[in-house]
Design a protein around this ligand. Structure first.
Ligand code: PMP
Length: 396
């Protein structure tokens, strides 16, 4: 496990003056601009017209648990999961959100107020195996709720005492690992939220349809349309789905219909493409190729830097969608520096902004770099890698 803490102090040697003057490369955010060239080429197919008389009502579908969800979006979501084979939607209720970020909070609310939880006694602990997506902790702590509180690393959490919530992110942000619950299934006290934002063939082989109680997905990482702010939850228990909908009703009275209609169109275009063409020729096939090329470049550049940092290795797996074996190409690179080196400070000294390990609940010798930003920025980073050096100084 990589949750070790460092004991030696390390000063990062300032880079040569030329580098100090070099432009800042921001690889901190996971903004999915990598897919923009694809959509520039193919975007015409996704055009929709929204007239002045559209989207007036709050309501969309009185027959659905999620009454503000456009039926076209619900259909498109089920269709895209069916053609990709990454999630079982049969028997699930679909709840729409403004990105999946808000649905994580809706799920926390639903699980911590269900009849079997001790609402009034103690806040329920929310845990996730480290390194965990940095926003979970921030979201759990933001409102200092009496319903739930952050419980930290699931691997070291004692789940025997009281009901708790475990978040499982697979593939994981930040390190790309494929995960199962660390503690929830061991004690019978744990309720699970599976965040499957990256379980798409652009990033990882699809080995089976995921089939869990609450599964979160987002357009952000599926097609790259982060700005449309559309996410969805596949929820088995109707009572949980209703509570999640209530959370959305009370906090935002639903989700933009304009965005929902656009997302439905985009997902239908993607699904139709998959139904009609060989996997390699689809959006997912082309995106996977792009991600694989970036990873190849990164591995090549890092090969000569073994004394500075290393990257995780991912075994090849068979992808049912693509009909071939391939190595995962995660949305983030998880760099590990040697003991005592502060990885994000080292990168910052070379004008590369990354997100340090401590935000993800592990040591500062790790740092996360976005692999899904713009081409020029990524290429500049690859060029800059050769100049990065980590120099330890003796402890005083
Ligand atoms: N889960 C994970 C693991 C993520 O990385 C992200 C985006 N960075 C999200 C959820 C939320 O995405 P959005 O709110 O854009 O749907």
């Amino acid at each position: 496990r990589n949750g070790t803490t460092t004991t030696t102090t390390t000063t990062v040697k300032p880079p040569p003056v030329t580098l100090q003057q070099s432009p800042i490369i921001n690889l901190d955010r996971g903004d999915p601009s990598v897919f923009e060239p694809y959509w520039r080429k193919n975007g015409g197919k996704c055009t929709i017209t929204i007239s002045g008389h559209d989207s007036l009502s709050y309501f969309s579908d009185p027959n659905s648990v999620c009454w503000y969800m456009e039926p076209e979006l619900q259909e498109a979501i089920r269709r895209v999961h069916r053609v990709v084979g990454n999630a079982e939607t049969e028997g699930c209720h679909v709840v729409a959100g403004t990105g999946s970020t808000v649905l994580f909070q809706a799920a926390l609310y639903a699980l911590s107020t269900s009849s079997s939880s001790s609402v009034a006694a103690e806040p329920m602990k929310v845990v996730c195996a480290a390194p965990y997506y940095s926003q979970y902790k921030e979201q759990v702590e933001l409102l200092q709720s009496r319903l739930y509180e952050w419980g930290g690393d699931a691997e070291t959490f004692d789940g025997s005492a009281a009901p708790f919530i475990e978040v499982v992110t697979s593939p994981n942000n930040p390190d790309g690992s494929l995960r199962e619950a660390a503690v929830a299934n061991k004690t019978g006290n744990g309720k699970l939220i599976h965040d499957l934002a990256y379980y798409w063939p652009n990033y990882t082989p699809i080995t089976r349809p995921a089939d869990y109680d609450i599964m979160l997905f987002t357009l952000t990482k599926c097609t790259g349309h982060a700005g449309s702010r559309i996410g969805w939850a596949l929820v088995k228990d109707v009572e949980v789905a209703k509570k999640m909908t209530t959370f959305m009703q009370i906090t935002t009275i639903g989700v933009s219909k304009d965005s929902q209609l656009r997302a439905a169109k985009i997902l239908n275009v993607v699904a139709e493409d998959c139904e009609q063409h060989a996997a390699d020729k689809t959006f997912f096939g082309e995106s996977r190729k792009l991600m694989a090329e970036r990873w190849e470049k990164l591995r090549e550049a890092v090969k000569d830097k073994k004394d500075v940092f290393t990257l995780p290795k991912y075994p090849k797996r068979y992808c049912n969608f693509s009909g071939r074996y391939f190595q995962p190409a995660p949305a983030f690179g998880w760099l590990e520096c040697k003991e005592g080196c502060d990885a994000s400070a080292l990168m910052k000294a070379h004008n590369v902004l990354t997100r340090g390990g401590e935000t993800f609940g592990v040591s500062s010798r790790y740092t996360r770099i976005s692999m899904i930003g713009r081409e020029e920025e990524f290429e500049r980073f690859i060029e800059r890698i050769s100049g990065i050096q980590c120099v330890d100084e003796e402890d005083e």
